[in-house]
Design a binder for this molecule. Structure first.
Ligand code: HEM
Length: 222
């Protein structure tokens, strides 16, 4: 007889709490960085750096953190599976819309300043991540909501949805970290307070990604 699979002997709940604390810390760090240390945020200002700053804000707080919350919804929302699915779908849609606004900001910034598009590794990862995220959302929507009844296709697709979803989520983390590193170099940071804020944002975003990954593997209770 095949040996029974061992469980991790741990529950996802404390890790979801940790992930929520990271969510708050990253949000504060990003806003303090962009508002206090950089030029602030605006779609319409003549200072185009304010337009650029909307890019990291929407990508980190909107795209990365909210899609992480969408993944954790199955562990954090005490409701029926159907309600958890609805929250998961809506949060992922909000993350996607935020990602699109964040991309609009950086493309518009490049256009206004005559900077070429999609020439860095960061931008290649970023474009690929958003494209795959959109495809995954559409594919999941048409598989899990239409038809609403259980089918073999739906059951077979589920583990792939989880696996591919985690890969795309980690690509989003990678895009955010490469974006922070790139900006760090562009603005010539070294050891000042702002440098620490940017680096800690990257570290905490990475830890958020690891925590979300753990909550997928661990059960709510064991
Ligand atoms: C999931 C998160 C992110 C994604 C998907 C993403 C995606 C992109 C894309 C597609 C571009 C190319 C725009 C163009 O060529 O016109 C870009 C540019 C840029 N992004 Fe991000 N980004 C993310 C997060 C960040 C963060 C957190 C920063 C930090 C400030 C950042 C900094 C930059 C910079 C400096 C550029 C302009 C230079 C370049 O094209 O690489 N990004 N991003």
């Amino acid at each position: 007889m095949a040996p029974k699979r061992r469980s991790y002997q741990a529950s996802a709940t404390p890790i979801t709490v940790f992930a929520h604390l990271l969510f708050i810390a990253v949000t504060i760090l990003v806003l303090v960085w962009l508002i206090k240390f950089r030029e602030g945020l605006s779609f319409t200002s003549d200072n185009k750096l304010k337009l650029f700053n909307l890019h990291p804000m929407f990508m980190i707080i909107g795209f990365v953190l909210i899609s992480g919350q969408a993944i954790m919804a199955y562990k954090t929302i005490p409701a029926t599976r159907t309600r958890q699915k609805i929250v998961h779908m809506i949060l992922n849609l909000i993350a996607l819309l935020a990602g699109i606004v964040g991309l609009y900001a950086v493309f518009q910034f490049h256009h206004d300043l005559g900077i070429p598009d999609v020439y860095t590794l960061h931008s290649w990862f970023g474009i690929t991540t958003i494209s795959l995220f959109t495809l995954q959302w559409l594919f999941a929507f048409f598989t899990f909501w239409f038809p609403a009844t259980y089918s073999a296709r739906r059951v077979n697709f589920y583990p792939w949805h989880v696996l591919v979803g985690m890969v795309i989520f980690f690509m989003a983390i990678l895009s955010a970290v490469t974006g922070l590193t790139e900006k760090f170099t562009f603005i010539g940071l070294k050891r000042e307070q702002e440098a620490l804020i940017v680096n800690f944002t990257g570290l905490l975003v990475f830890l958020f990604g690891v925590s979300v990954g753990f909550t997928v593997l661990l059960p709510t209770s064991y």
